[in-house]
Design a protein around this ligand. Structure first.
Ligand SMILES: NC(=O)c1ccc[n+]([C@@H]2O[C@H](COP(=O)([O-])OP(=O)(O)OC[C@H]3O[C@@H](n4cnc5c(N)ncnc54)[C@H](O)[C@@H]3O)[C@@H](O)[C@H]2O)c1
Length: 287
């Protein structure tokens, strides 16, 4: 495959590689000559993805929120390929769709555990490994439009993805002087397995294509369209891009919601506010 410079022969970890964006990233990196270490809690899925890679790969089943699993995948990578260069820290879960008052502390902890603690553990392990070899490397975190904008659902998910930007900026400040670039991609609507447990929920999987028609590009994205940004950020072609969040969302994050072209006046707020926990709250009206 013609493509980005500097990936040939590199050893690249991809977490959440059994499905969706991570699987697409593993395939692209492999097609560009990287040796891919694919990590996922879904053992069958991650072995299946590695079996289909065009180049050398290693499947390591593991949970990114567990320190011992993170240490283990890095060790396995070094045993198999001798070093570790690139990281796409991507594993994530969406968590509960319950209205805010119904969310449990366990819901919150679980989502923060995978999405935020997982990002921290992955970044920390990467820097520990880089310290023991001749430096180098690049890291991409999968953030989200939920890192940048608010909605009244998925609060733990939003909190975790805002937190990912804290990990990004701290790691970028640490890594810059060492020559380690750290960036993030912020996908918008991308039909994947992420919402499979909440397919029928409002804002879940089933209505994603319809919601995609409100995106400036008027469609949802594909995992491969996110993976292409990841691969660019990991490549030498992005040599002076550092500490950045690149949106890949068809323009969703640029929408000015108070202008008609951004939806103002196009929908009925009573439908949006008429959620199950809204009670008999009187309409506020326009001030
Ligand atoms: N799909 C979207 O619309 C969208 C939008 C914005 C951000 N994202 C982010 O993209 C990333 C990838 O999601 P996706 O859309 O490809 O979903 P996906 O469900 O297809 O892939 C996520 C993968 O992560 C794995 N995973 C979950 N928990 C894990 C854990 N504890 N340890 C290791 N692996 C684990 C899953 O088994 C799965 O294979 C996530 O971080 C997600 O938050 C997705």
């Amino acid at each position: 495959m013609e493509g980005w410079e500097g990936l040939e022969g590199k050893v690249a970890v991809v977490t959440g590689a059994a499905s969706g964006i991570g699987a697409a990233s593993a395939r692209r990196l492999s097609a560009l000559g990287a040796r891919v270490v694919a990590v996922d809690v879904d053992a069958d899925g991650v072995h299946g993805v590695v079996a289909g890679l065009p180049g050398p790969g290693l499947a390591v089943p593991g949970d990114v929120s567990r320190e011992e699993d993170v240490r283990r995948y890095a060790q396995r990578a070094v045993e198999e390929f001798g070093r570790l260069d690139l990281h796409h820290l991507n594993a994530g879960i969406v968590g509960s769709f319950a209205p805010l008052p119904e969310l449990t502390a366990d819901d919150f902890d679980h989502v923060l555990g995978v999405n935020l603690r997982g990002a921290f553990l992955g970044v920390r392990e990467a820097f520990r490994r880089y310290r023991t070899q001749d430096g180098g490397g690049a890291i991409v975190l999968t953030a989200s439009i939920a890192s940048l904008r608010g909605s009244h659902d998925l609060l733990p998910y939003q909190a975790s993805k805002h937190g990912v930007l804290g990990v990004l900026r701290g790691a970028a400040m640490y890594g810059g002087p060492l020559g380690v670039r750290v960036n993030a991609v912020a996908p918008g609507l991308v039909p994947t397995g992420l919402f499979s447990d909440a397919a029928a929920a409002a804002g879940g999987g089933d209505d994603m294509l319809r919601r995609g028609t409100t995106v400036p590009l008027r469609r949802t994205g594909t995992p491969d369209e996110i993976a292409s940004v990841v691969v660019f950020l990991l490549s030498d072609d992005a040599a002076y891009v550092h500490g950045e969040v690149i949106s890949a969302d068809g323009g969703s994050a640029i929408v000015n919601t108070v202008r008609p072209s951004g939806g103002a006046g196009a929908w009925d707020t009573t439908a949006v506010d008429g959620r199950p926990d809204a009670g008999d709250r009187p309409a506020e009206g326009v001030r």
